[in-house]
Design a protein around this ligand. Structure first.
Ligand code: SAM
Length: 235
């Protein structure tokens, strides 16, 4: 299993926005035009929460979209990175530095909690999920997005990296969520990572600390790799 939970590695990876921006920028909707963030946003709009928390908000891009479409929602975001909290606040969203494993909120504070592409970083996953359950009101919605083991696997294989197997994935996420929520629904998507050229694919690979076993074979022109993403909606 790939260890994505080392607090030192997580701190280094998200001390600044460059790595995350490189990775986020390559993604395009799947063949049916479906996009994980758009699906997640639809789920938020459908739930129309009065109070909402986003855990692991990154640079605040999703929170800013929520604010735009649901301006009356009382929205708060947390992240363990000081820089990301600063960037989220700069978008006009209330944000705090905090750990998903110890949420600084009262019980039953929110109608909806969202955690997009972050639970695979949380060392004690079940403590994090219990915290989400605790701060959610009864009947509230939890929205979690994560990647599958085969996410960009072809690109990873090309440089000798093993599949990205984590403790919260498309494959094992449903069982983990089922320990905390009685109703877990999922939607699986295949977004496309589109690289205009070889250098762009190299930059994507270099944005993580993972070692490669060999150089990426040269290719001319654009290239596409399949992503594997799941959007979970839980109550
Ligand atoms: C892959 S990024 C995803 C960011 C954002 N949700 C997005 O979709 O762009 C993971 C985020 O989780 C944050 N994070 C990692 N571990 C955390 C923890 N234990 N508590 C709170 N935030 C954490 C990181 O700082 C980073 O912003």
């Amino acid at each position: 299993m790939t260890d994505m939970t080392s607090p030192d590695a997580v701190r280094r990876q998200y001390a600044a926005e460059g790595n995350l921006q490189v990775r986020s920028s390559v993604w395009h909707p799947d063949a049916d035009g479906r996009d994980p963030s758009a699906l997640a946003l639809d789920a938020v709009v459908g739930a129309a929460p009065t109070r909402m928390l986003e855990v692991g908000c990154g640079t605040g891009a999703f929170a800013a979209r929520v604010r735009e479409v649901l301006p009356a929602t009382d929205l708060v975001a947390i992240d363990s990175s000081e820089r990301f909290v600063e960037l989220t606040r700069a978008r006009g969203v209330t944000a705090h530095v905090a750990d998903a494993q110890a949420l600084p909120f009262e019980d039953s504070s929110f109608h909806l909690v969202a955690a997009l592409w972050m639970l695979y970083h949380v060392p004690d996953l079940h403590r994090g999920l219990a915290e989400v359950r605790r701060v959610l009101r009864p009947g509230g919605t939890f929205l979690a997005v994560t990647n599958g083991d085969q996410h960009v696997a072809e690109l990873r294989r090309a440089v000798g990296r093993p599949p990205m197997v984590t403790h919260f994935s498309s494959e094992n996420g449903e069982a983990a969520l089922g320990r905390h929520f009685s109703d877990v629904r999922r939607e699986d998507l295949r977004p496309r990572a589109v690289f205009p050229d070889h250098a762009a694919a190299l930059a994507y690979l270099a944005s993580s600390e993972e070692p490669s076993q060999r150089d990426l074979p040269w290719f001319d022109g654009p290239r596409e790799y399949a992503g594997h993403v799941t959007v979970f909606v839980c109550r």
